[in-house]
Design a protein around this ligand. Structure first.
Ligand code: GAL
Length: 414
């Protein structure tokens, strides 16, 4: 009898404990696995747990998120979508059109997102008028990072034109210094390409080429000049660049193995995580050219069953756009808040430069969506462009051939 009583009691206790654990829960798919990224996503995980949420982490390593998106497709196709997914740009609307996203308008309206988000950011988060994603930040892509000591020792100022960049690179190379730290992965080649393209095309023609996909601009002599500069950039990287992860390239600049890196300001998250001080250990400057390439990270909630998961989605959405998270997360991530009402006094000089140049570029009409980070166009088109860019970077393809391939690849992808 006693044995049965004990068994019954333990079963009840187990049931009670599982009921007690019931509450908001979320399995979260993301690709934030580097030092700075992991510190940043931990902020969300901690806030979620502090609010009674049970977080199941689903990190998929691979900068830029290509591997994470492959994992997402597999999970959705198997009818087992994660609760929340790091998803951004037109990919949000593409998944919405598959009928698999949850509507989070009730959270957005209750929290007044429309009042605190810039219209350009809010537009990316809506699907046919309903809110379908929650924005985390504003990353800027067109940054030039440098090792302060290397530049000072070689009498080099931060370049303000691509001619100045090339002169600095030649001088560094002659002194035995690797000019450009780079990771030979398609998304990183695309990142450098779009930064060079903004600088040499200008904002208007960048928009024509990579937002409007205008064939004349894609096939123009100015685009030939972009590939000419990419050929020069290929000459400034070290022989071990193929396959290198972006944060290892950042470490090369951090440790004085290379002078520059062209990368979004998630690179600043790496410098900060290593205790480096902007303006002293490393320098930040907008890459040569006028404009601002934005990359807004966001989370979309997938249509899942169960009140606990749906409660988890609502809690996540509320926290993500909350003032405290928007400050603490972005201090770690290297980005600036998506919300316009977050005090910037704790942010560093690079973040202030980003915020001021985002405002200025918005007023000048040169605030542009990043093509390389999935903000400017749908996957088929961005993939077609990146295939040409990385093929050119990793071969002796001529600029003229690259431009011809570019216009054909985009036309074939439509
Ligand atoms: C971007 C993402 C950033 C950062 C970067 C490197 O696409 O928006 O948050 O994670 O990839 O992985």
């Amino acid at each position: 009898m006693k044995k049965y009583v004990f068994a019954a009691a333990s079963t009840l206790a187990l049931a009670a404990s599982s009921i007690a654990q019931a509450g908001p829960e979320a399995e979260v798919l993301h690709w934030w696995t580097s030092g700075g990224e992991a510190k940043s996503v931990a902020v969300l995980q901690q806030e979620f747990s502090a609010n009674g949420g049970t977080w199941t982490d689903m990190p998929v390593a691979g900068g830029g998120g290509d591997a994470a998106m492959t994992a997402l497709r597999a999970r959705v196709l198997s009818g087992n979508a994660p609760t929340a997914v790091q998803l951004k740009g037109p990919a949000i609307q593409e998944w919405y059109e598959e009928g698999v996203l949850a509507d989070i308008s009730n959270v957005a309206e209750a929290e007044g997102w429309d009042k605190v988000l810039p219209a350009s950011i809010a537009a990316h988060m809506k699907c046919e008028g309903q809110w379908c994603a929650a924005p985390v930040n504003v990353h800027r892509v067109d940054w030039l990072w440098a090792n302060a000591e290397i530049l000072s020792a070689n009498g080099i100022e931060m370049p303000t034109s691509w001619d100045e960049f090339n002169a600095a690179a030649e001088k560094l190379q002659a002194a035995g210094v690797i000019p450009l730290a780079h990771g030979g992965q398609a998304w990183q080649d695309a990142t450098v390409f779009e930064v060079v393209a903004l600088g040499l095309l200008g904002a208007e023609d960048f928009h024509k080429a990579f937002v409007e996909l205008d064939p004349t601009t894609l096939g123009s002599d100015k685009m030939v000049a972009v590939f000419d500069q990419m050929r020069r950039m290929r000459g400034y990287v070290d022989s071990n660049f193929p396959g290198r992860d972006w944060n290892l390239a950042t470490s090369m600049v951090m440790n004085g193995e290379a002078a520059f890196q062209i990368m979004g300001d998630w690179a600043k998250g790496e410098f900060m995580a290593a205790g480096k001080v902007p303006g002293e250990d490393f320098l930040c400057a907008s890459a040569p050219g006028a404009g601002f390439l934005y990359n807004v990270d966001s989370f979309a909630m997938f249509d899942v069953d169960g009140a606990d998961k749906q409660d988890g989605q609502a809690l996540l959405a509320k926290l993500i756009v909350g003032q405290n998270f928007q400050k603490v997360f972005n201090l770690n991530k290297g980005s600036i808040p998506a919300r316009v009402d977050v005090a910037m006094d704790e942010f560093d000089s690079c973040a202030h430069l980003s915020a001021s140049e985002m405002t200025a570029s918005s007023e000048e009409g040169s605030l542009l969506p990043s093509y390389a980070h999935g903000m400017a166009m749908r996957g088929a088109q961005s993939g077609a462009i990146t295939d040409v860019v990385t093929a050119h970077f990793n071969s002796d393809m001529s600029s003229a051939e690259a431009v011809k391939m570019l216009t054909q690849a985009v036309a074939n992808s439509l």
